[in-house]
Design a binder for this molecule. Structure first.
Ligand code: NAP
Length: 291
């Protein structure tokens, strides 16, 4: 029988709300908090308890799950949670925060006696809603009994990268994976823009590569969002993708490499956000071709 836990979900945006719902469905007690209460309140109908502050949310927690925008947001929220934290709480940190930030967050965990898991996820809105995420996880044996039921509720697969969350092994793999996702999405938008500019029917390009090694499900998924005007609600918003692209470029620089394609993707996403597409799916980076 799976152990029933009290899980605090801090951040109920696209991903956090879906994860909170699946935790409730798995029978766990969920305390949810979000900076804008309107995004947490609908979770009450699913059976989650809505907290007014991060400190209130974490007070009875076995596990705290953070799914916020970036590293600074996580640190800010966890500082607000301090009055409710107690040593021994397991902290599953799933925000895509970057290697430096994970080091800083692990330091915060040490300071407060929390058992830290670096646990970014692969998968977007739909897999999150279906409880089919892939969790990339690094953390100590102590605490795995508590994180396993949480990972089972939100994901289909857990890929362990190591026992030291502070070393950010899971986040390293996540950044590599996201560099591929962002490059593929950007290429899908540019290929569509070029086809349109040259008067080439995109379908003739899809037909040309059909079934061969150049074909890719992701190309069809992302171009369909543009061609069928289904960019809202986003699975992964332009603004969040821009944050990750900048994070990848900076991380490359810090490790002595240039990632010119990722830098161009970051610029295009930033431009698309400035054009008014910030909250649309990252496929809307396509519009940067028409600036
Ligand atoms: P989202 O819908 O934009 O949610 C972001 C959350 O962060 C919201 O709850 C937002 O609160 C909160 N937030 C932002 N800044 C804050 C601050 N300074 N203080 C407190 N709360 C703050 O984004 P998402 O798509 O769920 O992504 C969440 C994380 O998962 C990101 O790190 C993203 O890179 C990562 N991720 C996303 C996907 C995806 O496909 N969507 C997949 C894997 C990983 P408000 O509601 O008040 O703005």
């Amino acid at each position: 029988m799976t152990e029933k836990l009290t899980v605090s979900v801090l951040g109920t945006g696209i991903m956090g709300a879906a994860m909170a719902r699946n935790l409730v469905r798995a029978g766990h007690t969920v305390h949810a908090w979000n900076r804008s209460p309107a995004k947490a309140e609908p979770l009450a109908a699913d059976g989650a308890q809505i907290a007014a502050t991060p400190a209130e949310a974490v007070r009875d927690a076995d596990v705290v799950l953070t799914m916020l925008y970036d590293g600074p947001a996580v640190l800010e929220v966890m500082r607000e949670a301090v009055p409710g934290l107690r040593p021994g709480i397991v902290w599953v940190q799933s925000t895509t925060a970057g290697i430096e930030a994970v080091g800083e967050l692990a330091g915060f965990a040490r300071e407060h006696g929390l058992v830290f898991f670096d646990a970014p996820v692969l998968g977007t809105r739909e897999p999150a809603e279906a409880g089919q995420l892939t969790i990339l996880a690094a953390g100590p044996e102590q605490g795995r009994a508590a994180v396993t039921p949480v990972f089972d509720a939100v994901g289909a697969r857990t890929l362990w990268t190591g026992e030291d969350g502070a070393a950010a092994g899971a986040t390293r793999l996540k950044l590599v994976a996201n560099s591929w996702v962002l490059a593929a999405t950007n290429a899908a938008g540019e290929v569509l823009a070029l086809a349109q500019a040259l008067g080439v029917d995109p379908q003739s390009f899809f037909g040309l590569i059909a079934g061969g090694p150049l074909d890719m499900g992701y190309l069809h998924a992302k171009t369909a969002l543009i061609l069928e005007d289904r960019l809202s609600p986003a699975s992964f918003a332009v603004a969040t993708a821009a944050k990750d692209a900048h994070l990848i470029v900076r991380t490359g620089e810090q490790h002595g490499i240039r990632l010119d394609g990722a830098a161009a993707t970051a610029d295009r996403l930033t431009r698309a956000a400035a054009q008014g597409h910030a909250d649309e799916d990252m496929a809307a980076g396509y519009f940067a071709s028409f600036d």
